[in-house]
Design a binder for this molecule. Structure first.
Ligand code: PMP
Length: 440
């Protein structure tokens, strides 16, 4: 499908020289290129377009707001969409998470959480605390602060002299372990690694622990055993360490609940969301904390941080309309229902393809992993580039999926299958037909 051969040279650059078809239009779960080829958005972009494309209600809300005002600098004006969205978001959070700081994307949200946590420590007389422990693999964003807690050498290595890399513990890749322990026992063993790391670092120097409750690009929809979540919360409490949930990908309903944290009844100290929050209609994200954390920072000279475009009225109007769609159409319920169905279908592929080693995830944050041996979970050889080839095969058949080759310690090819939360059983059938043809 090289439709780019006859296109004029481009002044654009993104991550590589690869040129993709020119997008013409998008509606629902489909995108069309300028040659009329249709693609099923099987990964919602990068798990962004959660309510589908060209949603009439969101577009109308944005048009209405455009007719009033698109921008007002936040140091000069508050705006009603931001006020209302903050109130509605606070109402959806676990108890006490009632203060919302808007940003324009996931990296900014993570960056804000890290800087806010540090300022809270300073404001409360805990100056010695500055280390934020994270996990590997993990992905928390592209800015230098977010990279400092990202556990993906591919992303961090080129910048290492510029980074103050933070301590990391292994992500709970229990499915790779071959031992007689139960899953819950394995979960506790991974959680204990946090305790050990805190002791190694010196608890008085540790500020926070950041984790994706359901993994995204780094681990491929990794879900830990239930025991892990509660134990991590206990360990953070034991040492007075802030628990930061990065729900940039897992939040805004994709796992079947507004925050993935709700599946385990966890109340993080800080939560960050983006991606599905404005679902591709506007650059928007948020860092959310409780007033008990925010007040001391504001008392202590204010939060020394901000972004010019943060919380602009147009982005917030889009976010509000997205939220209305998610709640009124019960798209979280649909994500849970269709997600279970899609996961069962993906699991069914394991009988046919011995090289599928694992299927995992929650709601419509789902992934499968390819291996050379299901018993040992040994990965495919590096040179196979399966993570690239399968995506290309699917692309040629009009299906978009998202892949990476990272996992705990070792490498492995995993694929995120995450259609928009409006997907139906017919869409699942279409995904499975195209995926099967691609795997063949
Ligand atoms: N955190 C997580 C968990 C993510 O998945 C991403 C994006 N893949 C980010 C942070 C960074 O978000 P953005 O690309 O919007 O800056």
């Amino acid at each position: 499908m090289d439709q780019t051969a006859d296109r004029p040279p481009s002044n654009l650059f993104y991550q590589s020289r690869a040129r993709r078809p020119l997008l013409d239009r998008a509606e629902g779960v489909y995108l069309w290129d300028v040659d009329g080829n249709r693609y099923l958005d099987g990964s919602s972009g990068a798990m962004v377009s959660n309510i589908g494309h060209s949603n009439p209600r969101v577009l109308a809300a944005m048009r209405d707001q455009m007719d009033k005002a698109t921008f007002g600098y936040r140091l000069h004006f508050e705006n009603a969409p931001a006020e209302t969205l903050a109130r509605r978001v606070a109402g959806l959070m676990p108890d006490g998470l009632d203060r919302v700081f808007f940003v324009s994307g996931g990296s900014e949200a993570v960056e804000s959480g890290l800087k806010f946590a540090r300022q809270w420590a300073v404001a409360t007389g805990q100056e010695s605390r500055w280390k934020v422990i994270s996990r590997y693999p993990s992905y928390h964003g592209s800015t230098l602060g977010a990279l400092a807690v990202t556990g993906m050498a591919l992303m961090t290595a080129p910048f290492s002299p510029m980074l103050r890399e933070m301590p990391r513990i292994p992500a709970p890749t229990c499915y790779l372990d071959r031992d007689p322990l139960s899953m819950d026992e394995r979960g506790l063993r991974y959680a204990e690694m946090l305790r050990q790391e805190i002791l190694r670092q010196g608890p008085e120097t540790v500020l926070g622990f950041i984790m994706e409750p359901v993994g995204g690009a780094s681990t491929g929809a990794l879900v830990a055993p239930d025991s892990y979540y509660a134990r991590i919360r206990e360990i953070c409490d034991e040492f007075g360490i802030l628990l930061i949930y990065d729900e940039v990908m897992s939040g805004a309903g994709r796992t079947g609940k507004f925050l993935a944290a709700e599946h385990w009844g966890i109340r993080p100290d800080i939560v960050v969301v983006s991606k599905g929050f404005a679902a591709g209609y506007a650059p928007l994200g948020a860092m959310i904390a409780g007033r008990a954390l925010v007040e001391p920072v504001l008392d202590h000279g204010g939060f020394i941080h901000g972004y010019t475009y943060a919380g602009n009225p147009l982005a917030c109007a889009a976010g509000l309309a997205v939220l209305d769609e998610i709640l009124e159409r019960d798209l979280m319920g649909n994500a849970a229902r269709i997600g279970d169905h899609l996961k069962a279908e993906l699991t069914g592929l394991m009988a046919r393809y011995p090289f599928i080693g694992d299927v995992r995830g929650k709601g419509l944050l789902l992934a499968f992993e390819l291996v050379s041996d299901r018993e040992t979970m040994a990965p495919l050889p590096v040179g196979d580039n399966a993570y690239i080839r399968l995506v290309e095969h699917a692309y040629e058949r009009g299906l978009i999926i998202y892949s990476r080759r990272t996992r705990g310690g070792r490498e492995g090819d995993h694929f995120l299958v995450c259609p928009p939360m409006i997907a139906t059983e017919d869409h699942v059938d279409e995904i499975m037909d195209k995926l099967t043809a691609s795997l063949d």
